[in-house]
Design a protein. Sequence first.
Length: 587
Amino acid sequence: MSFYEFILSLPTDVEDHLPSVPDSFMTWLLEAEILLPDWSDLEFDQIEMHHVTLGDKLFREMHKFWCGCLKKESKFFVQLEKGTDFTHLHCLLEADGVKSMVVGRYLNQIKENLIKRIFRGTEPKVPNWLAATKTKSEGGANKLRSQSYIPAYLLPKSQPELQWAWTNIEGYKKATLILSELARLLAEHGASRPASAGLQLENGPVIKTKQSQNYMELVNWLVENGITSEKQWIQENQNSYLSFNVTSNERAQIKSALDNSSEIMSLTKSAPDYLVGADPPEDLTQNRIYQLFQMNNYDPAYAGSILLGWCQRSFNKRNAVWLFGPATTGKTNLAEAIAHTMPFYGCVNWTNENFPFNNCFDKLLIWWEAGKMTAKVVEPAKAIFGGSKVCVDQKCKVSQQIDATPVIITSNRDMCMVVDGNSTTFEHKQPLEDRMFRFVFSKRLEPDFGKITKREVKEFFKWAELNLREIRHEFIVKHALSACVGSNSVKCPAPCDKGYKSPEKRPRLSVAAEIPIEVDVIHRRSGKISDYLTRYPCPCEFHADSVKLLEPCVECEYLNRKKNGCLDHGVTNCPKCHGLAPWDAVE
């Protein structure tokens, strides 16, 4: 069933709006009485009865004329509402085949009839006091309202805006004057009553139209799925993208919706919102992140707890994860998968020492791929690694603040060694180590290992969330046997063989000092080594490309233990200094 809607504004001041109306009109208006039924639960004090009297007379005269045009009884729904300027009637009259082009003629005849029979020949001086609702604000066809317009717009009105209502439509008769029945109908139709009349507020002004609702649903969908470009939209749902290219109006919404979703994501979302999936995997052993940590002798649950706390920024200043290791060990594969799971991330351009963080503003993740730490970059890098808010320079723009953002680093160089020209220094080693977790990947991957997918990232982070471990706040992430603490400690099983014999002690080595190699360049007066690289013909991976080394390196000392005497005792293969490899040492 469809209706034409007419808005009839009532005069509120007789002297101003009906200046020449006879006294008989005023007598009738004041003496006529419409009583509120006993079964109604409306508050009588909030009803202006003289407007109800006038509105009742006007709509019945309109309905009588409309039925004469249709030559039959028509359905109607009329509601009297109190507005900011005028009290008005919403009159819904059944269309029933009446063409839009003749409604204007009928409307003029209805005006003349109301002026003659109700207002005693005086036309109200109210602007546009009787008008039909149009499809456009200016011009356009007369708009048809469906029956759903009644529960969607008219019924949710409450007192004092709601004054009275009349109808002959079955199912709505009791709801016109009974608020409890009105609430029941609203619940059935899924409508919600506004808290107050006028502009609807939801912690701010909100335009409630069908177009605005569809647009907000689109933007929310883009935000939840982390879509910031048309390419990502097509990859996520091709049919959805194509449906917005049907008309020019909908096509124009694509760019604005993507821009708005990007702004909302950068301000309201964080890394865990996109890294932690909804459900854990059924078989975690098939997850490539799980396999990657396991093959490098890390406890996947412990490593996952570190990554989860890192993206949630739960470790205070320790805001960076460093994946260290040679090529083809999976460190870039893992970092790339984590970064690409995010809607947008920034890459550090370490080759441009003037603007290395130019692409890191308003991002959910910062990725430092390869490279080295230089003297010009180290200070802002320490602040960003520590999760501090710091202003950095932008190319051709004013300085801008980088908010606290998780950082992931993939490098086979020593990120704690600062390079300044042709010299290196470890002056910033301790502050940098206090801001990072370091994972060492040493196992080369098979050619068919494959790329880690977004789904595997989300499943692994969800599994880690369900299997949290207690984390040690330390730079070097321990391997499986030394990482767990407390009740989750992993202990070696006791031997069960009766013929088991404990291993004999290692034979004591000679403590006689051996002559160290002659490549040490020593200050004769102080006895201090000016360049430790001269002691290390076989340097570790950290110092393989170093030019000069001012401090001793524990790993380099161990790798060259057969050629050099230790620094403390001067003995090669010293059982105290070189008895255990530094990467296997337990604090």
